[in-house]
Design a protein. Structure first.
Ligand code: ZN
Length: 109
């Protein structure tokens, strides 16, 4: 359980993406640790294990170059805003991860 908390804290300390932390859980649980390990193989299952809610409601979407902060929108509205671009540098607000919109960069401040 401590390992799960430590990995989840890495996400906040180093502002790692969900995809990065998800991959770390997957690699550790399925390849690096012995088969009998109890580490959850995904970020979703790790959050579920510790009772952590979805943090997207507390995040701001920011331009990859830090030149613009978008207004918050509920996660269910992300597909409608998929084509939004930074008004200054034209970077995309979202990227597609397995066909699902994912913010290009987030901030929690
Ligand atoms: Zn920009």
């Amino acid at each position: 359980m401590q390992c799960v908390y430590l990995l989840l804290m890495l996400r906040f300390l180093y502002i790692a993406t969900d995809r990065t932390i998800d991959m770390m859980f997957c690699l550790l649980a399925t390849i690096i640790l012995p088969p009998e390990n109890l580490l959850p193989p995904s970020l979703y299952l790790a959050r579920k294990m510790v009772g952590m809610e979805d943090l997207s409601a507390y995040e701001y979407h920011v331009c990859h170059n830090d030149c613009y902060v978008w207004a918050k929108i509920p996660k269910e509205e992300w597909p409608e805003h998929y084509d939004e671009k930074c008004p200054f540098c034209q970077n995309n607000r979202f990227a597609s991860v397995h066909g699902v919109p994912s913010p290009s960069k987030v901030s929690r401040q």
